[in-house]
Design a protein around this ligand. Sequence first.
Ligand SMILES: Cc1cc2nc3c(=O)[nH]c(=O)nc-3n(C[C@H](O)[C@H](O)[C@H](O)COP(=O)(O)OP(=O)(O)OC[C@H]3O[C@@H](n4cnc5c(N)ncnc54)[C@H](O)[C@@H]3O)c2cc1C
Length: 456
Amino acid sequence: MVNPDTEPRLLILGAGPTGLGAAYRLLEKGYRNWKIVERHPWIGGLSTSFRDDKGFTWDVGGHVVFSHYEDFDRFFADMTGGEIFTHDRKSFIRIAQRFVPYPFQNNIRYLPPDMLERCLLGLEEAAAHQGEPDRANFLAWNLSRLGEGITRLFIEPDNIKRWALPLDQLSAEWVGERVSPVDVERIKENIRLGRDDVSWGPNNRFQFPKRGGTGAIFEPMTQRIGDRLNLNREAIEIDPVKRQVRFSDGGVEAYDRLLSTIPIDRLVAMTKGAPGSVTEAASRLKHADGYIVGLGLEQPVPGDKCWIYCPEKPAPFFRATYFSNYSPHNAPDQKHYSFMCDISHSSHLPRNKETIVEETLCGLIETGLLQESDRDALVATYLIDEPYTYPIPTLDRDPILREVHPWLEAQGLHSRGRFGTWLYEIGNMDHCTVMGMQWAEAVLDGKPESVWEKRG
Ligand SMILES: Cc1cc2nc3c(=O)[nH]c(=O)nc-3n(C[C@H](O)[C@H](O)[C@H](O)COP(=O)(O)OP(=O)(O)OC[C@H]3O[C@@H](n4cnc5c(N)ncnc54)[C@H](O)[C@@H]3O)c2cc1C
């Protein structure tokens, strides 16, 4: 509990959703002795947006809002003033030159006959093996639930592109609401009745700000925080004994309580006195890096689709988003539309930054999302090079985190957020904003941090 007479100094590292959630709560509570420090000249972290000189807005990959928390709902309403669109998800898998509605397994009736047969056979074989799915790894888990056909045609190529790692190196313990369940009878009925089955999932309806992209959710915090926000300052060393952080500009900040949203492997590496075993464990955590390629076209948008998963090889991206369908203000006017494509890369799946824009364009053409002639309509390209986009739930992630987090907590270093926890399953904007709010409440009022503590 905080004694208001002695107000401890709170220091927040990183002005992404987690840090800003903490800042929001501290402002609400009228707390004074705190500061938030960000290495970039902008706020928002992975949830920021950029506007290019042609008038297109780009996110750091396809973001949509689907909240699990009333605290986030209130924050979202406060920040956007209700200036939002609500969309029903229209999401597809592009395969064999056709669109299969998402979730894939519920709509395999759209596949060519040979692929459909392969998927059905796999489903039957998997169903015959009754009992608990094989949890040895994410590949085995999918093979045992969905069978060979669906796994090899969609799940495996899609996920390799997203995680940039083979699926037998991923655990099956994180999936929860992130992976669609399987109901063989329902799938067969969908085929028999010629029925589309697209309602599954927490993001089947989502919100998006009218103007300014996803970043508009967080941008008002710049004004609200005022001079407690320090931009262009990168933390480079932490001394948990002296309770000091050193920055790249040569400055030093003292703190009593510290919230870090820096990727946890980097946090450990910059913390003085970290034992070799903890440093070594943290260094084994794996993540994907990202390129986000934006393409602006001078054409009316062809339809009302939201995003398309693209598992096939010619496309380097795992997802292509019709970003101007989220808000017409993401494009200069109605005569233009925009595609935003997500590409993951790693040492296992390297991608060439010099050629990735052209490869993306070729991928869109080869998968049939664009025609060769559309090159003439291309008026804008935008490339975001973002290290650390996906914290990977590898087989050894949880044992590593069980070693690293307790050590950091014991040093008074509270590591929260998408890469601060390294937990993809609580790594969305709503989870992270609320994690930040709850950290502030824990420090000021001794309340439990339910999002972080329920991490399992
Ligand atoms: C491709 C993609 C798609 C996504 N889609 C969705 C979606 O549809 N819906 C959703 O809810 N969420 C989505 N997310 C997740 C969302 O982006 C994150 O939940 C959110 O941004 C995490 O917030 P954070 O504050 O924990 O981390 P970050 O956003 O990473 O912010 C951390 C901040 O710390 C700063 N920082 C790092 N190191 C230092 C340092 N040494 N010194 C000072 N500052 C530092 C960074 O610059 C950054 O601003 C998506 C993410 C990606 C990558």
